[in-house]
Design a protein around this ligand. Structure first.
Ligand code: GDP
Length: 341
């Protein structure tokens, strides 16, 4: 259902952008890549699907894409369901399109691997962009594959980067650890809160303060916005910070009316400049590369462990209900040794 929804966002654009480009089913990787670079949404969608499915075909494709990456600016948006992530994403897409930038959107839902949670594809405001050839929108779910979203998201980002998107917005539901991992992919991370949802405090508890480069208090047309700003200001003031560190600003928006969006893009530009001048951009990108390698390695190890004969021992242990006298370390060591030799 998700894929079908997503395609309604992507396919009309494919028809508008490249009316005669129908990729034959057997198009090779080079061909799909060059079509994706030419802005062919079907080719892009196909590459992202390969990423989602983790197919073996992906390895040579990623190798071919690698030299083309490193240009796209990545902005992450996170926050509780309903705070206005999609509305702000839509408003940012409009603002950056006005600057003539090509914009990709990855809406990542780490909480519902198979279905559920409404994502971007079916939302009216995002459909404003569905026929714009300079915009590519894609919802992603982990679909339970071995590497999960921490594996798939950086790969999908690479695809959009290599295809020449200037800017990629990664939208994630802000619950638990997953969005912190995904936020680590971004050059700039926006943490969204809305008045009356109690999420400013929740955000602090979840350690979100550490990932926020900019706080957005959306729904500022509703009562309680000033209190949310005040709570955040107190939290920011209490955080330990060294000289020269970035101090996250707070932007208030009413995304539905487009209010505060210019202020937000201004703060994003300021952060982008600071990333460059402080050397933080390179540091973040190195960290991103390291995490990407680790995620691929861990997924590969998992796959090998799952395929090992010794892995039946896991079933034996599980069947015993893992009583206290089992020794999980030595069977685990055995599996790791077998997987790495
Ligand atoms: P998401 O779940 O975080 O992506 O939130 P959405 O963008 O889907 O927004 C949830 C609801 O809040 C929608 O009905 C929006 O129209 C509404 N909404 C978004 N921004 C604002 C705002 O600034 N003010 C008000 N009053 N409603 C908003």
């Amino acid at each position: 259902a998700r894929a079908a929804r997503c395609c309604c966002a992507c396919q009309p654009r494919a028809r508008v952008a490249e009316p005669r480009m129908r990729a034959p089913a057997a198009a090779g990787p080079e061909e799909v890549i060059s079509r994706a670079q030419g802005g062919d949404a079907r080719a892009l969608a196909r590459l992202v699907s390969l990423v989602e499915n983790g197919t073996p075909e992906l390895r040579p494709i990623m190798k071919a894409l690698a030299p083309l990456t490193g240009r796209a600016r990545v902005i992450g948006l996170t926050g509780a369901p309903g705070v206005g992530k999609s509305t702000i994403t839509g408003a940012l897409v409009t603002a950056y399109r006005e600057r003539g930038l090509r914009v990709g959107v990855l809406a990542v839902d780490p909480t519902s691997p198979f279905s559920g949670g409404a994502l971007l594809g079916d939302r009216v405001r995002m459909q404003d962009h569905a026929t714009d050839p300079g915009v590519f929108i894609r919802s992603m779910a982990s679909r339970g594959h071995l590497g999960g979203l921490s594996w798939a998201t950086p790969q999908a980002l690479r695809v959009l980067d290599a295809a020449g998107f200037d800017l990629v917005l990664v939208e994630t539901v802000g619950v638990g650890q997953a969005e912190v991992e995904i936020a680590s992919l971004a050059d700039s991370t926006l943490v969204l809160v809305a008045p009356g949802m109690g999420d400013a405090i929740q955000a602090a508890k979840a350690g979100i303060l550490e990932v926020a480069d900019i706080f957005v208090v959306n729904k500022s047309d509703k009562p309680g916005a000033q209190e949310a700003v005040r709570d955040l200001r107190t939290m920011i003031a209490m955080a330990r910070r060294s000289e020269g560190d970035w101090k996250p600003p707070i932007v208030t928006t009413t995304a539905t009316a487009g209010d505060g969006i210019a202020d937000l893009t201004g703060k994003l530009d300021a952060h982008w400049s600071w990333l460059g001048s402080s050397g933080e951009r390179d540091r973040r990108r190195r960290a991103r590369a390291r995490e990407e390698v680790a995620a691929i390695a861990v997924a590969a190890l998992r796959q090998r462990v799952a395929g090992l004969p010794g892995n039946s021992r896991l079933d034996v242990l599980a069947a015993r209900g893992a009583p206290r006298d089992t020794r999980p370390y030595s069977p685990a060591d055995g599996l790791v040794a077998a997987a790495t030799t």
